[in-house]
Design a binder for this molecule. Sequence first.
Ligand SMILES: [Cu+2]
Length: 154
Amino acid sequence: MKFRFALAFVAALALQAHAHEYQAGDVHVEHPTARPSLPGQKNGAAYLTLENKGTQADRLLSASSTVAQSVQIHSMKMEGDVMKMREADGISLAPAAKVAMQPGDGYHIMLLGLKKPLKIGDKFPLTLIFEKAGKLDVSVWVEGKAASATHAHH
Ligand SMILES: [Cu+2]
């Protein structure tokens, strides 16, 4: 138990050391990342944390990137015992709302038709469009383990 706690603590520190963040209007964007792609893998996914620090609701409307043919906002949900993924009509951000995207649950930014493989250490541009905060260009860092089979259901 102690050992596991120590590991989690070290992982949290490592994550902080590598964090990068952005601000557009009242919307704060933290640490956009993507997993490296496996050989032959056509699609990828990016994850980031959105936080509305203002007093008015905002909404992530869409995202785009030169790294993929098209980019969609997806949400994942368990339906019975099957994980289903579908295109989301944006992500609403109520005042003080925080949306932390992570592999295997909730929202992610789907990169459809990768133009080149994503390798650890790569950085690629992602443009986010918010209803009120407007346009925000962020850099997505490719890190971590290769995307697992949980995201192969396309
Ligand atoms: Cu997806």
